[in-house]
Design a protein around this ligand. Structure first.
Ligand code: PMP
Length: 555
């Protein structure tokens, strides 16, 4: 295709129009006094119109992308470029656009707002393109063809050779949306622009660049197409503040992808192992598409735990699927933990194994407690009847290890995420984790009806630890364990006593701990394991769940 072929695709009214010329377009010389644009003369930083051509921003984008400024259009999000493509190339009521399906919803929405027929060609079952079907959907009025690569919401990319074949074969404009290209192992088609005049590439600073709130999308195309975009856009489509900030960030920052990509792989792998997850589709983007047995149920569980994902189960081709964006490692831990809880509730043997009672099985014993102070931010999620999802991250290695013992020997599910002032010392983190954990146990226990209440002595090689617990509701604490070392691993030994004391106070329990032995590591590990066992006994549901384990009749 050549430029004259592209010209034939442009709506006649667009070819004929005279674009709006701003006051600053007509500005000549080197003026100091601006009386041309009816602005306010009083300087407050925003009183002047911004550069309608975004020259400074374009020069930075050009440098980063290795492409001339004449190939760049900057829009108010990629959505502006999508809409403009319809307005430039499609005659309402006559022309049509073609797209793969499922894909990003705005291609269809913009078709509808522009009164353009939208022809969707389903992807194959493995989400690959039905190349023949796609090209066969075209007729003499097909002006635009959209392919999102990597595709939203399926997450996969398409082979470069296939895209190039389609671009060569299609008689209209092909728009390749590369919003997620930074997360992909493939490379951009920008290098193909010179050899394909009918190609428009969309990118955005909303994803890997982390600037979704600023609303900047990029389109790369031949200078001829870029001129058409500039003629049709609102004169000042990118506000001054945005131009300034994006120009600065593009110069100084880089897209953040490394952690997201490794977290994507970790999260996908972990999720694939859960009951109720049928398929985790391979992804080249910053999200994963997950097919599950009960998408609405999982969605609801996640919402209850204050996690929102995108329910795509109603989208054709995505039946049963949720689209899950990859967050920080902490976000992903919480996600996995919550899916783990949801998943273990699906297990047919779960509750009978625990207490043999369908009635008690109905009442869940879970709690989520957040606590933020100027010293720490702690999240604890606990399921006293869980099956072991365990995400512990306190920043203190040995403390993590100790808390994991509570999960493994306590028969619970636990997430502990602590961000504390460890640069000061471990004190606040350990104390606050204990407080939040105690509160979470107490909340999860609820009425305490049917619990065992008491419990444990545990040998650990040459050491021995005894933990007596009473969840009756009164608080007492004793500690009889001495350590000759100041630290075990990275954990100060004085903090062990403090941890359990804080837990006892926060959960209102009686806790009596003693330990003796020669090996310091064994001694404390014994204490944590004995604590876990004691807790397990105390929270265990009695076979006769109607009674409170109290001679007074109240707890
Ligand atoms: N293209 C795709 C494929 C997207 O998924 C999105 C946003 N979800 C966009 C474009 C929109 O990007 P922008 O923020 O630049 O409008």
């Amino acid at each position: 295709m050549e430029t004259k072929d592209i010209e034939r695709l442009v709506r006649p009214n667009i070819l004929a129009m005279a674009p709006y010329s701003t006051a600053r377009d007509e500005c000549e010389g080197n003026p100091e006094i601006f009386l041309d644009a009816n602005e306010s003369p009083y300087d407050n930083g925003f009183n002047r119109y911004p550069d309608p051509h975004q020259r400074k921003l374009k020069s930075k984008v050009a440098a980063v992308k290795g492409i001339g400024e004449e190939h760049i259009f900057i829009g108010n999000g990629s959505d502006e470029a999508i809409d403009l493509a319809y307005r430039i190339f499609c005659r309402p009521g006559t022309d049509n656009a073609i797209s793969i399906s499922p894909t990003y919803g705005m291609y269809g929405v913009a078709a509808a707002t522009n009164d353009v027929e939208f022809r969707e060609v389903p992807l194959k079952e493995d989400f690959s393109i039905d190349e023949k079907g796609l090209l066969a959907a075209a007729d003499e009025n097909s002006r635009l063809l959209f392919i999102c690569c990597p595709n939203n919401p399926t997450g996969n990319s398409f082979p470069r050779e296939q895209l190039l074949r389609i671009i060569s074969a299609f008689k209209g404009i092909v728009i390749i949306d590369e919003a997620y290209i930074d997360f992909s192992s493939g490379s951009s088609l920008i290098s193909e622009l010179d050899s394909h005049p009918n190609l428009i590439i969309l990118q955005t600073v909303s994803k890997a660049w982390g600037m979704a709130g600023l609303r900047v999308g990029l389109a790369f195309a031949s200078p001829y197409i870029i001129r058409l975009f500039s003629n049709v856009k609102y004169p000042y489509n990118i506000n001054g503040l945005t131009q300034e900030i994006v120009a600065k960030l593009i110069e100084t920052a880089r897209p953040r992808t490394e952690e997201t990509v490794s977290e994507r792989e970790r999260t996908a792998k972990a999720m694939a192992g859960y009951r109720g997850i049928l398929e985790v589709y391979p992804s080249d983007a910053n999200f994963i598409l997950v097919k599950c047995t009960d998408p609405k149920g999982l969605y609801k569980s996640l919402i209850e735990n204050r996690i929102i994902v995108r329910d795509r189960s109603g989208v054709k081709g995505c039946e049963g699927c949720l689209r899950i964006t990859i967050g920080t490692p902490e976000d992903n831990d919480r996600l996995l933990y919550t899916i783990g809880i949801w998943s273990s509730a699906l297990s047919p043997d779960r509750d009978t194994a625990r207490d043999g009672s369908a009635e008690t099985a109905a009442a869940s014993r879970r709690a989520t407690v957040f606590r933020a102070t100027s010293e720490t931010g702690i999240t604890v999620m606990i399921d006293l009847d869980g099956k072991g999802p365990c995400f512990i991250s306190t920043g203190i290695g040995f403390f993590d290890h100790a808390l994991e013992q509570i999960v493994h020997h306590g028969g619970i599910s636990l997430l502990v995420e602590a961000k504390g002032d460890l640069h000061v010392d471990e004190h606040h983190t350990v104390e606050d984790v204990a407080i939040v954990l105690g509160k979470a146990v107490s909340e999860a226990l609820g009425s305490k009806i049917g619990i065992g209440r008491y419990g444990f002595v545990l040998p650990m090689d040459e050491s021995e630890a005894s933990v007596l617990i009473d969840l009756g509701g009164r608080t007492d604490f004793s500690w009889d364990a001495e350590f000759s070392r100041e630290k075990i691993g990275d954990m100060p030994t004085e903090m062990f006593r403090h941890f359990f004391k804080s837990f006892a106070e926060s959960s209102c329990c009686n806790l009596h701990i003693s330990a003796r032995g020669e090996n310091e590591h064994h001694k404390i590990e014994g204490i944590f394991k004995a604590f876990a066992r004691a807790l397990k006994m105390a929270i265990a549901r009695d076979r006769f769940p109607y009674s409170l384990p109290s001679s007074k009749g109240v707890l």
